[in-house]
Design a protein around this ligand. Structure first.
Ligand SMILES: Nc1ncnc2c1ncn2[C@@H]1O[C@H](COP(=O)(O)OP(=O)(O)OP(=O)(O)O)[C@@H](O)[C@H]1O
Length: 316
């Protein structure tokens, strides 16, 4: 069913450099959440902190009733078994074929027989559409296939939580669309809790149940997809629309007067002006493919989104 992750007051620094502070959010069990943010805002650091690879200075991360920031290495090792992680490049071993790469966690962490391992590996390869590619080496396949292989490997221990670090990086738009569909289908099938770090706005609009945005060393917003997509918060709108006008600058944030001027020129005001709150377009959600039942939460989400749409139409 996936497990909930409850983050409270989390702060991470390297020396004097504060990466982000006082981050609080709950990743609901079984739901898909996306974390956005300009480059260097610490999204990867956040993933590594969740899985216990980096220690925060303050705050807690509660999973199944235990604060993992306080666990000793041995207990942390147990908690890590709840996680599957898809690293940016798939993090495959270049000298091993795909079958052995995907079998690796099972051989390392379980005492399963080779026949049982074979059943699991082939099942996961089938789930990600890689049947027939067992003998291929990572260097012989496309970036999209490497991501799928990394995903199959992340699935073999039946994780309750899957972390995706920029799954779409380096892929063409069509491969990204296929990967997004795979992510939505997998979530409906295995019901694990997903957290995806991405820069791809189209994916962020269509795939998740929840979206968060890191900026200026803080979590600016975290909430249901429809709330973020219809938000009038300037930084959220700038990011989701991928434009230069707004608080996010080339390397640093901009000063308030410049932001005001840019938003006025766009006709956006400061979010309190011309448009009514919640007037932003709501991109349709990506649905699981044919034959894959939708998880029960989808009905409630659809009702919420329909209500928001009606409100926007009434306010227009
Ligand atoms: N182990 C580390 N030691 C010191 N500084 C680090 C370490 N890991 C990350 N950082 C710093 O933390 C900051 C955030 O890095 P991170 O890779 O998490 O950003 P990001 O939001 O994922 O960026 P991008 O979107 O470009 O991938 C950067 O300034 C980086 O240099």
């Amino acid at each position: 069913m996936g497990v909930e992750i409850c983050v409270e007051g989390l702060t991470k620094s390297f020396g004097h450099q504060v990466i982000w502070q006082d981050v609080s959010l709950t990743l609901p069990a079984g739901e898909v959440s996306v974390m956005l943010g300009p480059s260097g805002t610490g999204k990867s650091v956040f993933l590594k902190t969740l899985v216990g690879l980096l220690k925060p200075e303050r705050g807690s991360i509660t999973i199944q009733g235990r604060d993992i920031t306080r666990l000793r290495e041995h207990d942390l090792y147990e908690v890590r078994k709840l996680f599957g992680v898809l690293f940016q490049d798939g993090a495959l071993f270049g000298s091993m074929n795909l079958y052995d790469n995907i079998a690796f966690p099972l051989r390392e962490h379980t005492r399963k027989s080779e026949s049982e391992i074979r059943r699991i590996v082939l099942e996961k390869m089938d789930m990600v559409g890689l049947i027939g590619a067992e003998e291929k080496l990572p260097g012989e396949i496309s970036g999209g296939m490497r991501k799928r292989a990394g995903l199959a490997r992340a699935l073999v221990l039946d994780p309750e939580i899957i972390l995706f670090d920029e799954p779409d990086s380096g892929l063409d738009p069509v491969r990204v669309a296929y990967l997004n569909q795979l992510i939505v289908d997998l979530n409906a099938q295995i019901d694990a809790t997903f957290l995806i770090v991405t820069h791809d706005i189209a994916s962020a609009r269509q795939v998740p149940d929840n979206i968060g945005l890191l900026f200026r060393r803080e979590l600016v917003m975290f909430g249901p997809r429809e709330e973020l997509l219809t938000s009038d918060e300037p930084v959220v709108r700038q990011f989701l629309n991928g434009r230069m006008q707004g608080p996010i600058g080339m390397a640093e944030e901009k000063d308030a007067a410049q932001v005001e001027q840019e938003l006025a020129a766009l006709g956006d005001g400061d979010g309190k002006g011309a448009r009514s709150p919640g007037s932003q377009a709501l991109t349709p959600r990506l649905l699981p493919g044919p034959g894959i039942p939708r998880p029960p939460r989808w009905e409630a989400i659809a009702r919420r989104e329909a209500a928001l749409h009606e409100k926007a139409v009434a306010g227009a």
